[in-house]
Design a protein around this ligand. Structure first.
Ligand code: UGA
Length: 436
């Protein structure tokens, strides 16, 4: 089986590497020449645990190949995945499908054999139909059949999520495509991974509904946490007890500084727009979007208040990525709060540490200082803000650091140290998403 993947971003690259690990011959295409040049040498453009080794192994065994031009592979492929970007249209919220449609047109112009064309990017309900219309325009509907196969991988655990998924969703109205896609996922049979076979539109909806639900779950617990903080009730016990109810489950019930990343903010907005297009108001998701923005803003304002009340002029941020195990800073709450503080407090000196996200943060051109050595980063700081729950921030020896800092305030946006009584005994003022 020969697979072509158009778009070598997060989803395209991880899917390509994992399909090649299954033993299929995979070529990943991207128009970014330097990215492809590096990938051919197993230099990967993102930080994703395990991906480097997987890419190298499968380049070496000739299952995985990279190129900038799809043309010479089109008529050797059995299956073409579209994994190009679908960014939010500026000021609109709809997913922008121009890269998807451009790729479809290029395929239609050159294809002269039977292929299955599959959307892997997150695309609005009805996209497969629009793709079919383009194919009809080129009179290629005898050759090209269409399917939707959304991806549910998380940054930071993407390979595990691909190789050990909770489920695989295959959406198509065409029997040939269904059989071909089911055979692609046969290697997962050994793990008895459930495969949900459905039509294209339902498959497209499943992806948005899943992300919107998870964003709702997080926002729900974030609001409960605001209540706990105000009333002195215990958020840890609330989430534990709720999570033990199998109907609720403990995952995605951790309070934090609002969800971020490249998916939830974009997909909740798009979901709301898709509903509106069908003249339905998605009240819950609309409220989640607003609440999540408000959570980030309220936290920023609270931090500013603490800074002013304690006459703090030097702040250290720990963690810039939107979550651990990734260098992705898109919609990161840390970056949001830093921007807010820089805007509202002209004399504040901010510095930041992150294990891998500093190069991406630098592209934001923020007026802050970066530390690469965690142990040296506390020197003469007055306040520490824990923005991301990287493992290295879970065992900080605050006793040793006390004397290095010139004032002693901690804001723990991930509730890592809420049970650590020592911190307060040492003389730190400790704030979290739960303390009163
Ligand atoms: C998310 C989904 O989890 C994946 O299933 C999906 O495939 C992916 O989007 C996508 O659409 O491509 P991802 O954005 O990589 O994956 O990250 P998550 O682990 O879902 O975290 C998203 C945000 O929620 C982060 O800001 C994280 O800090 C926050 N979060 C997560 C919480 O605040 N609390 C939690 O309990 C869980």
């Amino acid at each position: 089986m020969n697979i072509l993947i158009i778009g070598t971003g997060y989803v395209g690259l991880v899917s390509g590497a994992c399909f090649s690990e299954f033993g299929f011959k995979v070529t990943c295409i991207d128009h970014d020449k330097s990215k492809i040049k590096n990938l051919k040498k197993s230099i990967i453009p993102i930080y994703e645990p395990g991906l480097n080794d997987l890419v190298k192994k499968n380049i070496d065994n000739k299952n995985l190949n990279f190129d900038t031009n799809a043309n010479k592979y089109l008529n050797k492929s059995d299956c073409i995945f579209l994994a190009v970007g679908t960014p939010s249209r500026r000021g609109d919220g709809h997913a922008d499908l121009k890269f998807v449609f451009k790729a479809v047109e290029q395929i239609c112009l050159r294809i002269n054999k039977k292929i299955v064309l599959v959307t892997k990017s997150t695309v609005p309900v009805g996209t497969a139909k629009k793709i079919k219309n383009i194919i009809k325009k080129y009179k290629k509907d005898e050759l090209i059949t269409v399917a939707s196969n959304p991806e549910f991988l998380r940054e930071g655990s993407a390979i595990n999520d691909f190789l050990r998924p909770d489920r695989v969703v295959i959406g198509t109205n065409d029997e040939y495509s269904r059989l071909l896609l089911n055979s692609l996922y046969k290697p997962l049979n050994i793990r008895q991974v459930p495969i949900v076979n459905t039509d294209t539109e339902t498959s497209e909806l499943i992806k948005y509904a899943s992300n919107s639900f998870l964003a709702t779950k997080i926002t729900f617990i974030n609001e409960i946490s605001v209540f706990c903080k105000k009333t002195g009730t215990n958020i840890g016990d609330v989430t534990r007890a709720m999570g033990l109810d199998k109907r609720i489950g403990s995952k995605f019930l951790h309070p934090g500084p609002g969800y971020g990343g490249s998916c939830f903010p974009k997909d909740t907005l798009a979901m709301s727009k898709i509903f509106k297009d069908h003249k339905i108001k998605f009240n819950i998701v609309d409220s989640v979007i607003k609440t999540n923005d408000k959570i980030k803003e309220n936290l920023s304002a609270e931090i500013l208040k603490i800074i002013k009340a304690n006459k703090i002029s030097k702040v250290l941020f720990l963690g810039l990525s939107f979550k651990p195990e990734t260098d992705d800073i898109r919609e990161s709450s840390s970056i949001f709060i830093i921007k807010y503080l820089l805007k509202k407090h002209k004399n504040l000196s901010i510095s930041a540490h992150d294990p891998v996200a500093i190069p991406n943060a630098k592209k934001e051109k923020l007026n802050i200082k970066y530390h690469f050595d965690l142990n040296k980063s506390f020197e003469s700081q007055q306040m520490v803000i824990i923005g991301t729950e990287w493992n290295i921030y879970r065992s900080i020896n605050f006793k040793n650091l006390f004397s290095q800092m010139s004032s002693h305030v901690i804001y723990d946006l991930r509730n890592i140290y809420i049970h650590d009584k020592e911190i307060v005994k040492l003389g730190f003022k400790y704030y979290s998403l739960s303390s009163k």
